[in-house]
Design a protein around this ligand. Structure first.
Ligand code: HEM
Length: 525
């Protein structure tokens, strides 16, 4: 009986077991197939062709404009492939924050940009992976550029803004050259402690050459070797391998751009003639003037990154300020009115006055928004597979934050092509929406505060003392600039000029020393 019962139980058990196995198999199949189908569900994007993927549709100029059209068609996250390499465009600040900030542990790598690395930028920490060297180099410059350290640069930044105004008045017709010299002086001063001697100063020239190379070498989609890395191992004499010779020449210049200024700074530090504070000197002081070779190398490349990261972005933003003022006289007049009301005409506005000049700050914010210096940011890379809003983003994807599109989204910035500081209603919370211009997460720009305060000092000083008007041609007609923005990772406005006239004798006198003299002796050797 028991046996019979046991037999029934067992037979039932067998049936139950069989049923359980069947159910488990179904569940497993369901999970695997749903995972599989999730895995296959990529974000939307333009049609991909066999082998080349989207390579043929990849825009060669002003890529952010085509990417922006794709954003409107396919959404916040767009998927592309170039020769099998996945690329993900992030088109909204929300998607960029969700991924690059909230999941920064897996979104902070940089893609290996083969052409830029071949050209010597493998040492520059902006392109390195978040490894020990990146951490150390970032720390070396972040400690000098932290918001706590900013006030020690204010007097110097303001002096350079005054000198810029004075030079523009006294030596007209050279807007770009004056801006480059003053910005170059500011960045080289805080990096290496040198007061540059003029536009052809060797430190300025070598940094300029190196950044021109970076802009070309890091341009997304331009170099086949970025999509097919094995090309770099083929012999240089084969047809189509000219990029290897180009990269070799570029590398020599890039190495010089790191070591020449470092050696100059170290020598001047030892002689006691260097301007303090500066980033190389901070590192030397911490080690009583003797850096071990490996640390010296990190300092040289950190300083090189700071120099490169700071100059062009600040020059572009400053030129964009002048352009906006030439094109928008009513906005200029409104800012002057604010300065006159808050500061008066007996002194110049300072960086410390920022919080009481919200309209001038809105102008600076709008300058950053309308024409971001790096419209597609610096690409990040995804270190492991990820799923975002049901979409599978594969490991190794190059992540391109489409900053230009984020800052021209009509839902957030109505009438986005219009220069309109009033859109922020003088509110910090509104201006913060433009923070994307400085990138995201662990790779966010370490020069953000410094870069902003430079442009503010220049804007406030120029608006307080000068009228910024269009240039005038030989017949006395205004020349309204029709600016086109360059392609490449950095986007420069095409050449334009303006006329800078002092608002009054009193305003001119406030600018102080003559353009032909150096600023006051406490600021130079
Ligand atoms: C004034 C305008 C500036 C703009 C619009 C700007 C924008 C940016 C952007 C978009 C990035 C990429 C962030 C990311 O990968 O998510 C970046 C990175 C960087 N910026 Fe700036 N920047 C400016 C000024 C400066 C200044 C003044 C310095 C230094 C003096 C600087 C140094 C750097 C460095 C070193 C990086 C690389 C960070 C890393 O890879 O960890 N930038 N910047």
């Amino acid at each position: 009986m028991l046996r019979a019962l046991w037999g029934v139980v067992m037979s039932h058990a067998n049936v139950t077991l069989a049923a359980l196995v069947a159910v488990a198999a179904c569940v497993a199949w369901f999970i695997i197939s749903s995972l599989l189908s999730r895995k296959l569900k990529r974000p939307l994007g333009p049609l991909r062709f066999p082998i080349v993927g989207n390579a043929l549709q990849f825009p060669q100029t002003q890529q952010w404009l085509t990417f922006s059209r794709w954003a409107e068609k396919y959404g916040d996250v767009v998927y592309l492939e170039v020769f099998g390499k996945p690329l993900v465009l992030l088109n909204s600040a929300k998607a960029a924050r969700d991924l690059l900030e909230q999941r920064s542990t897996i979104y902070s790598d940089r893609p290996r940009l083969e052409m830029a690395s071949l050209s010597g930028f493998d040492k520059v920490f902006v392109l390195s992976q978040p490894n020990d060297s990146w951490r150390l180099q970032r720390k070396i410059i972040a400690q000098d550029l932290s918001s706590r350290m900013m006030p020690r640069y204010h007097a110097f930044q303001e002096a350079e803004a005054r000198l810029l105004a004075k030079n523009l008045i006294e030596r007209p017709g050279q807007l770009e050259s004056h801006v480059k010299q003053r910005i170059g002086t500011i960045i080289i001063r805080i990096t290496y402690g040198r007061y540059i001697s003029g536009e052809n100063d060797p430190l300025l020239a070598i940094g300029r050459a190196s950044m021109d190379i970076f802009s070309r070498a890091a341009e997304p989609g331009l170099w086949l070797v970025d999509s097919i890395p094995m090309l770099k191992d083929l012999p240089a004499w084969l047809p189509g391998m000219g990029f290897l010779t180009t990269a070799k020449g570029w590398r020599e210049i890039v190495y010089k751009s790191a070591w020449d200024p470092y050696h100059w700074s170290k020598r001047s530090f030892e002689l006691g003639t260097v301007l303090l504070p500066n980033t190389c000197a901070t590192a030397l002081q911490e080690k009583q003037g003797k850096l071990p070779a490996d640390l010296a190398e990190e300092v040289a490349w950190a300083a090189c990154t700071m120099h490169a990261g700071g100059i062009h972005t600040s020059v572009i933003s400053t030129l964009n300020f002048f352009l906006a003022m030439v094109l928008n006289p009513a906005i200029q007049a409104k800012a002057q009115k604010e300065i006159d009301a808050v500061i008066g005409r007996d002194r110049l506005p300072t960086i410390a006055d920022r919080s009481s000049l919200p309209y001038v700050r809105s102008i600076v914010t709008e300058v950053f928004r309308l024409n971001p210096a790096i419209p597609l940011g610096i690409p990040h890379s995804l270190s492991t597979d990820d799923i975002y809003q049901g979409m599978h983003l594969p490991q190794g994807s190059i992540i391109i934050p489409n900053i230009w599109h984020m800052l021209h989204d009509p839902a957030i910035f109505p009438n986005p092509m219009k220069f309109d500081p009033d859109r922020y209603r003088n509110l910090d919370s509104e201006m913060e929406k433009v923070n994307s211009v400085f990138g995201f997460g662990r790779r966010i720009c370490p020069g953000k505060d410094f870069g902003e305060s430079n442009v503010f000092a220049i804007a406030a000083t120029l608006l307080a003392t000068c009228d910024i008007r269009p240039a005038v041609d030989a017949r006395g007609n205004n020349v309204i600039p029709n600016v086109v923005y360059s392609s490449g990772s950095l986007s420069f406005p095409s050449k334009f000029d303006c006329t800078i006239k002092p608002r009054s004798k009193q305003a001119y006198d406030l600018l102080g020393y003559s353009a032909l003299e150096k600023p006051d002796s406490s600021l130079v050797n």
